[in-house]
Design a protein around this ligand. Structure first.
Ligand code: AVI
Length: 357
């Protein structure tokens, strides 16, 4: 059966569920096929060609990322778990004076977050676990798993864009503070300008008693970085190439994987690991549902991901530029990764001090 093109068709309504609260406005959103179509059209029409890194995370991509996190060469997950185990109590104390929410932006399998959740249970403090994710499917899985495995944990899943979810929480008048988690060096997947934009939007949704726990991968020996993004089992290559399979499946494209290779390199000027899919020959790819042909020259790259690495001074200036004070910084034993606690700086609106006439 031929499916219609994804662009230029009427908008669909999304579904809701009773396990979580859905804050997305279904009638104003493009359906996910249309969003994917637009992003691929724009990315492959740009020069140099690019595809946004979040497209890597379909079900198979998310599964492969779980495998990456367990690889010997991919140190960030191990380092961050070590930090969370060592400093969970200190981190929680930054908000535990009053009832609070542990708000997880991008929980994945929730393994790291559960280190904090379990410590909060041991501390016998009043808290709720609030994972936020734009994917209703991922949220359904996470909420029902936590309910089964940790029946004593109060959990409220939110299906929302991250900042809309935090804004909604701030609008609740139950007096709870929020400990907002942005772990796993997810901030590294934004370039510097977009990192500032994202953190500023988050700042606008936070109150003065809220805290942000944010994970940064630190600059280190280049060979260690290269190994982490070019692992010996080829899982990262598979993770990147899976994007082509996704486009074949969802947009009826005819990418032939054997004509492409994964390339992960470190850019010493920008301080980022960069991932590419490189066309190994001249080729034309048809994307049926976009009704378009795209031509690739021999060795032409499609950029698929940035993973920016930071120095402590870079983190300090990112915090200052986006409105936060660095309250604490926790490093793993090797000094390869940092989880920072940031407090939003909020200046009270001052009374009109102009001299009386
Ligand atoms: C999700 N993100 C922080 C990972 C990273 O390190 O940039 C994604 C990843 N890409 C290749 N390996 C892991």
């Amino acid at each position: 059966m031929t499916r219609p093109p994804v662009l230029g068709v009427p908008l669909n309504d999304a579904k809701t569920d009773d396990l979580y609260l859905d804050l997305t406005q279904s009638n104003q959103r493009l359906n996910s096929d249309q969003e994917l179509g637009y992003e691929v059209l724009v990315g492959l029409s740009s020069l140099p060609k690019r595809l946004p890194s979040h497209l890597i995370y379909d079900d198979r991509g998310s599964e492969l990322f779980q495998r990456i996190m367990g690889l010997p060469e991919y140190y960030p997950t191990r380092c961050e778990e070590q930090i969370l185990r060592a400093y969970a109590r200190e981190i929680l104390n930054s908000v535990a004076k009053r009832p609070f929410n542990i708000v997880d932006l991008g929980a994945g399998d929730g393994k790291k977050t559960m280190i904090l959740v379990e410590e909060a249970q041991r501390m016998k403090v009043d808290f709720r676990f609030v994972p936020i994710d734009i994917s209703a499917g991922a949220m359904r899985g996470l909420v029902s798993r936590v309910r089964t495995e940790h029946p004593d944990v109060a959990i409220q899943g939110l299906v929302a864009e991250y900042t809309a979810g935090v804004r909604w929480l701030a609008s609740q008048s139950d007096g709870r503070s929020n400990l907002v988690l942005f772990l796993g060096s997810n901030i590294g997947n934004f370039d510097r300008a977009n990192a500032r934009g994202f953190l500023s939007r988050l700042w606008a949704s936070m109150r003065v008693t809220d805290r942000l726990l944010i994970g940064f991968d630190l600059k280190k020996d280049i060979d260690r970085l290269l190994a982490a993004y070019n692992d010996s089992e080829g899982v990262t290559a598979e993770f990147n190439l899976n994007l082509l399979d996704r486009l074949n499946k969802e947009l009826e494209a005819d990418f032939d994987r054997s004509r492409w290779r994964h390339f992960g390199t470190y850019n010493v000027f920008s301080g980022a690991m960069e991932s590419y899919l490189v066309s190994m020959e001249h080729q034309t790819v048809h994307i049926n549902r976009l009704e378009r042909l795209f031509t690739f020259e021999p060795w032409e790259p499609i950029h698929t991901e940035y993973s920016y690495k930071y120095l402590p001074a870079d983190m300090d200036s990112l915090a200052a530029d986006s409105g936060y004070r660095v309250e604490a910084r926790f490093l793993d034993q090797d000094g390869w990764f940092s989880d920072d606690v940031w407090a939003p700086i909020k200046r009270p609106v001052e009374a009109d001090l102009s001299p009386a006439e």
